[in-house]
Ligand binder design. Structure first.
Ligand code: ADP
Ligand code: MG
Length: 250
């Protein structure tokens, strides 16, 4: 689905991503691991259109998508999750979901005046979709909770839920388990698995928790110093001497 070819992203003289090549197969939940500073987030930022590459290419389903802006990728079904913006903290969980699919009618006063009926229908449809997402993620009870009051894990579920409001094909999750308690981490893993199996989502997941990666991801790609060091099943990866060395820093 996604092929990254000899990707570089340098900051001044520093090579944060230094010739990384990898593929993310359609239908996979691909894990991306590596020590801090390995270039994982920078790689995500380049793939998702938030950072221009210094050189190299990103191909999606045979099409060169290198350097496309996030909204163009969004329309192709390539999404990354974002931490919820501060301004959304005072909105409810359902309102946050309903905000997602841009380009609604009703942006101008004229539209608002003439298309009131249509807007009401669109809103009702969005609300219905949002409720479906909340059911799927087992957080329907949080529908009217303000997003700012959610726990770290609940926020991650909401971020995942936002990808479900549009027709995502491939979703990039950066440190999905950071600051999330065990129970909710299980709920998140479950949601990812079900989105993968039932809705055909392809995932690429950066995470430090090897237990989480081991249970969820196949294959696992290891990055170190801006390059891909190894790729394989989680159990192969954990026995790979180069990988062990990279983590122990010896
Ligand atoms: P990871 O996500 O694997 O921990 P990052 O991709 O965040 O690693 O960072 C890789 C390296 O690139 C780090 O050494 C980081 O300090 C550096 N880096 C990331 N973003 C920038 C930036 N905008 N300017 C300068 N250096 C950066
Ligand atoms: Mg990172």
């Amino acid at each position: 689905m996604i092929r990254v070819e000899d990707l570089h992203r340098h900051f001044g003289g520093f090579r944060a991503v230094d010739g990384a090549s990898l593929t993310i197969e359609t239908g996979s939940i691909t894990g991306l691991i590596g020590p801090n500073g390995a270039g994982k987030s920078t790689l995500f930022n380049v793939i998702a259109g938030d950072l221009a590459p210094t050189s190299g290419r990103v191909i999606m389903d045979g099409e060169d998508i290198t350097g496309l802006p996030p909204h163009a990728l969004f329309h192709k079904g390539l999404l990354r999750t974002f931490q919820l913006a501060h301004e959304f903290a005072s909105m409810t969980v359902r309102e946050n979901l309903m905000m997602v699919p841009g380009g609604q009618t009703g942006e101008t006063i004229v539209n608002t005046f003439f298309r009131r009926g249509r807007i009401a229908r669109e809103e009702a449809e969005l609300a219905r979709k949002a409720d479906e997402v909340l059911d799927f993620l087992t957080i329907r009870h949080l529908t009217h909770e303000k997003a700012g009051n959610l726990s770290g894990g609940q926020k991650k579920l909401l971020e995942l839920g936002r990808t479900m409001m549009v027709d995502a094909k491939v979703v990039f999750l950066d440190e999905v388990g950071a600051g999330v308690n065990r129970t909710l981490l299980g709920t998140i893993a479950d949601a990812i698995t079900r989105l993968n199996r039932e809705r055909g989502y392809t995932f690429c997941v950066i995470e430090h928790d090897m237990d989480f990666i081991g249970k969820l991801c196949d294959p696992v790609i290891v990055m170190a110093e801006g390059k891909v060091l190894a790729q394989g099943s989680a159990s192969d990866i954990m026995q790979n001497e180069q990988v062990i060395e990279a983590y122990l820093g010896t």
